[in-house]
Design a protein around this ligand. Structure first.
Ligand code: DAH
Length: 346
């Protein structure tokens, strides 16, 4: 017994604890119910009376020593843990979170969607690689219409090549989605269709080989030109401010009759004349018109029963006016000095 007490005492005295885990290991090894010290007390119970008297005192001292060490370490560990918490300096500047921001074209597209959604328009999508029928023929472009050439199309596949039944191309406008909607749905149809379009143009500050449009379409019974006008008046005022002036100019598109181009008073010079509006005081923002009866027929809609209006506008143009961007190329160069300027715009 004496040896055991001395041995365990030595063990306790030499024991080192540096972490909560080690402290727990110490507790289990020595002072828990199954620990070495408790075990000695169990042994003590079995000894004759005189031995009990002899070893009782040193054993109790060992117990106190073991428990005292435990309490000491426990306190040390607790105070070092709370010191660690105090080490945090809340006044230091935080590590900046580098979140990206929306592209200016996305900002404009989302604003356009917001305005038309409140008028009950849904948002639809269509393919960028399109066949001739959806991009041209269904939209009433005659076989040899100069617009087909005018649009300077990128062809993916030509009719007859590799067994292709018709030309496959990069869509030149978002009007192809109109056709797809009218073929797939029954009127009433009220949708806008944002997306990317492609034309074989030399890249410059004012032209690019790809850009973005938002198409609009409303087909129902009794849709008239007044509905088109009121819808676009409302849009222009929401988009550019209540004092924006709007004018409709007669125009031509194969897929609308009558057709009109829509101008707004120049936002830069407020109509006085500047280089943005080429000193006319007006800038064009959209093409529009009443859906041509042939287009309705091509899509399986009876023009005697239904009428509709359509419009198409360029997102780049609108964004240029909104944020005074003077070079189309900036939109696709991925220059962070340009893009980061929109980080505070919502
Ligand atoms: N697709 C025409 C273009 O790219 C824009 C356009 C004009 C769309 C009149 C329309 C419309 O829906 O009615 O120039």
């Amino acid at each position: 017994m004496e040896h055991l007490i001395t041995a365990i005492k030595e063990e306790v005295e030499n024991y080192q604890v540096a972490s909560a885990d080690q402290l727990e290991a110490y507790r289990l090894a020595f002072i828990s119910k199954k620990g070495k010290v408790s075990e000695l007390f169990e042994t003590l119970k079995t000894l004759p009376k005189e031995d009990k008297q002899r070893f009782g005192k040193p054993l109790n001292e060992l117990k106190q020593l073991a428990e005292g060490k435990f309490a000491e370490w426990q306190e040390k560990l607790q105070s070092s843990a709370s010191n660690a918490t105090l080490d945090i300096d809340f006044t230091l500047p935080s590590v900046p979170e580098k979140l990206g921001n929306q592209h200016p074209l996305t900002l404009t597209r989302n604003r356009i969607i917001e305005i038309f959604e409140r008028l009950g328009f849904s948002v639809a999508d269509g393919p960028e690689i399109e066949d001739d029928w959806h991009n041209f023929s269904a939209l009433n472009f005659p076989e040899n219409h100069p617009a087909r050439e005018m649009q300077d199309t990128f062809f993916v596949e030509k009719k007859g090549q590799n067994g292709a039944e018709q030309d496959l191309l990069l869509r030149t406008h978002t009007s192809n989605v109109q056709v797809r909607l009218m073929k797939d749905q029954k009127p009433p149809i009220r949708a806008i269709m944002p997306g990317r379009v492609y034309r074989n143009e030399a890249i410059s500050a004012r032209a690019h080989c790809f850009f973005h449009q938002v198409e609009g379409l409303y087909v129902d019974k009794n849709v008239g030109f007044a509905d088109l006008k009121q819808t676009l008046y409302h849009f222009a005022k929401e988009m550019y401010g209540q004092d924006t002036k709007i004018r409709f100019r007669p125009s031509f598109f194969p897929f609308t009759e009558p057709s009109a181009e829509i101008d707004i008073s120049c936002l830069i010079c407020k109509g006085k004349g500047c280089n943005v509006c080429k000193y006319s005081g007006w800038v064009e923002i959209a093409g529009s018109g009443m859906v041509h009866p042939n287009v309705l027929k091509n899509c399986g809609i009876d023009p005697e029963e239904f009428t509709g209006f359509a419009f198409g506008m360029g997102i780049e143009r609108i964004t240029m006016l909104r944020y005074q961007v003077n070079d189309l190329r900036l939109y696709s160069e991925n220059d962070l000095r340009f893009l980061r300027q929109f980080s505070t715009v919502v």
